[in-house]
Design a protein around this ligand. Structure first.
Ligand SMILES: [Mg+2]
Length: 234
């Protein structure tokens, strides 16, 4: 009997990848408009390299971008970048198509809901609050608080105990085969790979750990219903 469904956040509940790209492009355009003396392609390319090296949560992207471009520090350009980035983020931050309908249906079925995510806790909560989906969830677990990252078992076990369910009573839905699917399978959860976004072709070695693969998040309630009715027939 499936009593709880856990979701990954980025590119599973919320369209993050596309948003970040759009926001970074807007940041560079804004900096150039305020006088940054390089081409869009050069600045954007350097920014992407920087993010690859320092991570997306590094707090000084735009300062370091100027250093990489051998330009003198200019707070006006940095501010222009920050404004472009944030304005885009706030305007376009949205849930993946069908998410609300899916969550509502699962709640109506009496299933508990949780989020299991990596990343900066404040940034993750900001996404949850801005898209106004927090009321649907019984539990939100951000790995940083536990000192681990997915696929570490600790984060999945914490989520299960917070909801008071056993691994075999729960489903994990995520877009990353290694972190979400392999991780959840290690503790004994049933897994649904959401084949969506930029990771749709990544980590395919871990495909055997996915019990189900879906291309629409709206397919989840039917999977839960199927699993639960199968069990009743046994
Ligand atoms: Mg994800």
């Amino acid at each position: 009997m499936i009593r709880a469904v856990f979701f990954d956040l980025d590119d599973t509940l919320i369209d993050t990848t596309e948003l970040a790209e759009r926001a970074r492009r807007q940041a560079i355009s804004n900096m150039i408009r305020e006088g940054l003396p390089v081409s869009f392609e050069e600045a954007y390319g350097e920014l992407m390299e920087l993010i690859k090296e320092y991570g997306s949560n590094f707090p000084h992207h735009f300062d370091y971008l100027l250093r990489r471009l051998d330009l003198q520090y200019n707070p006006k350009w940095v501010a222009a970048g920050v404004i472009g980035y944030h304005n885009t983020k706030f305007t376009y931050l949205n849930t993946v198509r069908g998410v609300r309908k899916t969550l509502l249906k699962l709640r109506e079925m009496g299933v508990k809901l949780g989020i299991i995510t990596d990343g900066n806790p404040i940034k993750q909560w900001e996404k949850i609050l801005r898209t106004d989906i927090d009321d649907y969830f019984d539990s939100v677990i951000v790995s940083d608080f536990l000192g681990v990252k997915k696929p570490h078992s600790k984060i999945f076990e914490k989520a299960l105990s917070t909801c008071g369910v056993k691994a075999e009573e729960s489903l994990m839905v995520g877009d990353r085969l290694y972190t979400d699917i392999y991780g959840a399978k290690q503790v004994g959860m049933t897994t649904v790979w959401f084949r969506y976004g930029r990771h749709a072709n990544d980590d395919l070695d871990y495909l055997p750990y996915a019990d189900f693969t879906v291309k629409e998040i709206t397919e989840i309630p039917e999977i839960v219903r199927g699993l639960n009715s199968e069990e009743q027939l046994e």
